[in-house]
Design a protein around this ligand. Structure first.
Ligand SMILES: NC(=O)C1=CN([C@@H]2O[C@H](COP(=O)(O)OP(=O)(O)OC[C@H]3O[C@@H](n4cnc5c(N)ncnc54)[C@H](O)[C@@H]3O)[C@@H](O)[C@H]2O)C=CC1
Ligand SMILES: [Mg+2]
Length: 340
């Protein structure tokens, strides 16, 4: 109890609300008792088999369902589950008022009954990205990534013995060897290559018809960001990058957790002849600024024989008093707008 009070006092003494929230969250990750206390009166994001629960409001827009711990306790009772399932909740953040936010997957319970009781629908994460706005999409993505990590990290890869999580769900420890595991992300570079006049976009065969996007690739072990970027551009389209600059970064939950680092890169117009590796990309082309701008203003065309459209994933803006983030692909395409 003393430790709980210390952490609450430490975070309330800070002049900056951002610093206060970060210290509060860090305290919850480090101390199981403090975290258990916060869970008693928390905001809860519900998932069913990794699909978030969304509610439609009067204006027809979608929000994540606003549930409190007590609502979830009643829901679990109504669905015939005991309250111990609540112990599987994972910490994902806190509100401006230092109210802890947790997520919980109730995939073992009746989906339709849960939807009826909550007045919402469990929606596939990709679809949710198109339906949610503001800070909700990144929070839901983070929650799903953490839930997925817990669901697939039940055993130690060194000993084969069960792992056990801490109260916040920020780590798991092997019951036999004591090895500690932390949630994992794969670093990825996504790059908009330009020759000064045009930008280079490519598409994989699995993309929806007509959609093009910036090039992307996973970092190999030991590589720097610039080494990955240069290698991926060389491998996929046969070009040598002359210079690059970092633009922004984003967590990307599909298909597993990636840490996307978005960059701009330039190539010499004299050496801009593409040599596409068709085992990786179905096509890659140079697009004018006007083509990209028109494509951003019109919804993707799915019919045959249509002009190609650059892929513009849904915006996932996150605002706070001190931070403003925009997803990397929009940021690099938005820069085209300014150049134009
Ligand atoms: N334009 C794009 O391609 C976009 C890609 N992304 C994300 O970036 C990620 C990387 O882009 P790709 O072009 O697919 O990468 P990529 O060009 O590196 O090719 C993927 C291949 O790399 C290998 N690979 C190496 N390390 C891997 C790891 N840690 N996880 C999975 N595969 C690994 C696998 O053989 C895989 O088939 C994608 O999974 C996607 O989620 C997001 C937006 C756009
Ligand atoms: Mg690639």
């Amino acid at each position: 109890m003393l430790r709980v009070l210390q952490i609450v006092r430490l975070s309330s003494r800070c002049s900056s609300s951002f610093v206060s929230r970060m210290r509060f969250l860090n305290g919850l990750k480090q101390n199981d008792d403090v975290c258990s206390a916060a869970l008693q009166n928390a905001h809860m994001f519900l998932f069913h088999r990794l699909s978030p629960l969304l509610q439609r409001n009067h204006q027809g827009t979608f929000r994540t369902a606003e549930l409190r711990t007590s609502d979830v306790q009643s829901l679990l009772e109504n669905l015939g589950s005991d309250r111990t399932l609540l112990q599987e909740a994972v910490l994902i953040g806190c509100t401006e008022q230092n109210q802890a936010q947790f997520c919980l997957d109730i995939g073992g319970l009746d989906q339709m009954a849960a939807e009826e009781l909550c007045g919402g629908t469990f929606v596939d994460l990709r679809k949710s990205f198109f339906l949610l706005s503001g800070a909700e999409a990144p929070l839901v993505a983070k929650a799903q990534a953490l839930l997925r990590w817990h669901q697939t990290s039940g055993f130690c890869s060194a000993t084969g013995q069960p792992t056990h999580r801490n109260r916040a769900g920020s780590q798991r420890t092997c019951s036999s060897s004591g090895i500690i595991y932390y949630p994992k992300m794969s670093p990825v570079v996504i790059v908009l290559v330009s020759d000064g006049e045009h930008c280079l976009l490519g598409r994989q065969a699995t993309f929806p018809r007509g959609l093009y996007s910036a090039l992307a690739g996973f970092c190999d072990m030991g590589e720097t960001l610039e080494e990955t970027l240069s290698r991926e551009v060389a491998e996929e389209v046969g070009l040598e990058v002359q210079s690059f600059s970092f633009s922004s970064s984003q967590h990307w939950p599909f298909p597993q957790s990636s840490f996307m680092m978005a960059c701009h890169a330039s190539v010499s117009p004299a050496h801009a002849q593409l040599c596409v590796d068709h085992s990786e990309l179905e096509d890659a082309r140079w697009f004018s600024q006007q083509e990209v701008l028109s494509a951003l203003q019109t919804p993707p065309h799915r019919g045959g024989g249509a002009p190609p459209h650059p892929l513009a994933p849904p915006k996932t803006r996150r605002r706070s008093s001190t931070h403003h983030r925009v997803d990397p692909e929009h940021q690099i395409l938005n820069r085209l707008r300014r150049v134009h």
